[in-house]
Design a protein around this ligand. Structure first.
Ligand code: ARG
Length: 467
């Protein structure tokens, strides 16, 4: 990039008697990072020019020159041959200056009825909308991957935890469907944010609207915006849409981070519930036995960054009076970072999930420990007519005995169990296996394999769409 203070800025320097100091130029340039908006900027400028032609503000020849000039610039940028100049501050002025250098007079007419304030707001909305669409494809892919794995593991037994203590057996498929619910809601949040993002600010000009007879709906149509903004002051200064989107990204990350935490624990030999494919892990330079779950660890680590991006955007807005303030230039780095990070993390999870190896034997063994079927024993007594509270108490005593003997409830003899309740009969043992425990939990959304299969069928029928 060129020296930012090479010469004073021709776009706005009319009233200035000296050039921007080099320090200020370096401090205030944004082209080093907002050049990523170039596609949106060119699309927005082409639509604006076409509209100016349609309403008679620009001559058809000028519109043609602007359009082909911008196309040529796009090709140059695409090919990596465009010379971005820090002296021209931002992506908008870089492209406009290149256009004027290429086509002369007509290039200088492009900015009629427009300000960089409504221009940048439009560009960021176009960029964000496209990023949301990419995130939505990835959340759908990930939700599908979870559905497929849940189907494979619909019958597999896993210890279910509350307070990180063994609670009741669940099915592995049920656990995976819980993850899926989270990501489906995340997709719903993105879809919702997209609606409010998809509103055209262009036509608001600097802050007050403009004297030219702009056809804003026409521009909206050309750029695929569903609506046009209602208030020019709001439109140039609003960044809610970015904040909402980064919030949706933050929650995606928080969900992926929770899954990561589980995968990290589960892949340690003390749990041994899953093994992650080697290609998603790395070794240690000193300990030859190590296979580290780097991908989930990094996802967990990156979550802090994205939540930090959300905080940065919220703080960016908190003291801004209407209308546009230069503060808003600072929206880009956190927005880009959050979108990129959420995208990369979703993509790597969508890639990894189908290859998670579930160690069914080990999961089953762990699910049979920790008196995980104590509730089932209580439910058995309730079915014989005992009130639940009394059943709970009797089973508590039985657990005490089993704990002191160092065995599971199912390893106590019938006589030992009958000490706690005479209602216990020989058939009790069939009710307190992990398999019987999960099979009995057939409430809608419950853990029974039959219910997991029903939930999968419902999800497939619904196409994984969020409410
Ligand atoms: N680079 C600026 C931004 O990102 C563009 C708008 C600048 N507007 C202005 N009046 N200086 O917000």
């Amino acid at each position: 990039m060129s020296n930012p203070s090479a010469d004073k800025n021709q776009m706005w320097s009319g009233r200035f008697s000296e050039s921007t100091s080099e320090r200020v130029a370096r401090f205030s340039e944004s082209v080093s990072f907002d050049q990523r908006l170039w596609r949106a900027d060119i699309a927005g400028s082409k639509a604006h020019a076409r509209m100016l032609g349609k309403v008679g503000v620009l001559a058809a020849a000028d519109v043609d020159a602007i359009t082909s000039g911008l196309d040529a610039i796009a090709a140059e940028i695409e090919a990596g041959r465009f010379a971005w100049q820090a002296a021209l501050e931002d992506v908008h002025m870089n492209i406009e200056a290149a256009l004027t250098a290429r086509i002369g007079e007509a290039g200088k007419r492009l900015h009629t009825g427009r300000s960089r304030n409504d221009q940048v707001a439009t560009d960021v909305r176009l960029f964000t909308r496209e990023a949301i669409d990419e995130l939505l494809m990835l959340t759908a892919a990930l939700a599908d991957a979870l559905l497929d794995l849940a189907e494979k593991e619909a019958d597999s037994i896993l210890p279910g935890f509350t307070h990180m203590q063994v609670a009741q057996p669940v099915t592995f498929g049920h656990h995976l469907l819980a993850w899926r619910e989270q990501i489906v809601r995340d997709a719903g949040r993105l879809t919702d944010a997209r609606r409010r993002c998809n509103v055209l600010p262009l036509g608001s000009a600097a802050l007050a609207g403009t004297v030219y007879p702009l056809d804003r709906r026409y521009v909206a149509g050309l750029l695929g915006f569903e609506n046009i903004s209602e208030n020019s002051l709001d439109a140039v200064s609003d960044r809610d849409f970015a904040i909402e989107t980064v919030f949706a990204c933050s929650l995606i990350m928080v969900h992926l981070s929770r899954w990561s935490e589980e995968l990290i624990l589960w892949s340690t030999p003390m749990f041994g519930f899953v093994s992650l494919p080697d290609r998603f892990c790395t070794g240690s330079s000193i300990m030859p036995q190590k296979k580290n779950p780097d991908v989930p660890e990094l996802v967990r680590g990156k979550t802090g960054r994205v939540v930090g991006d959300l905080n940065a955007l919220l703080m960016l807005m908190k003291a801004q009076p209407l209308a546009y303030n230069r503060d808003n230039q600072e929206d880009k780095l956190p927005l880009f970072d959050a979108l990129d990070t959420a995208r990369d993390c979703l993509a790597i999870y969508a890639d990894m999930v189908p290859h998670i190896v579930v160690k069914r034997g080990r999961c089953r063994e762990a699910a049979a420990q920790g008196f995980s079927t104590a509730t089932d024993l209580a439910d058995y007594l309730v079915k014989q007519g005992l009130p639940f509270r009394d059943a709970h108490h009797a089973v508590g005593n039985a657990v005490g005995l089993a704990a002191s003997k160092g065995c599971d409830l199912s390893e106590l003899s019938l006589q030992e169990l009958q000490v706690f309740s005479p209602l216990v009969r020989e058939d009790v043992f069939a009710h307190i296996t992990p398999e019987a425990s999960v099979a009995a939990r057939t409430t809608w959304g419950g853990t029974a394999p039959s219910e997991v299969r029903a939930a999968i069928a419902r999800a497939r029928a619904g196409g994984g769409k969020a409410a």
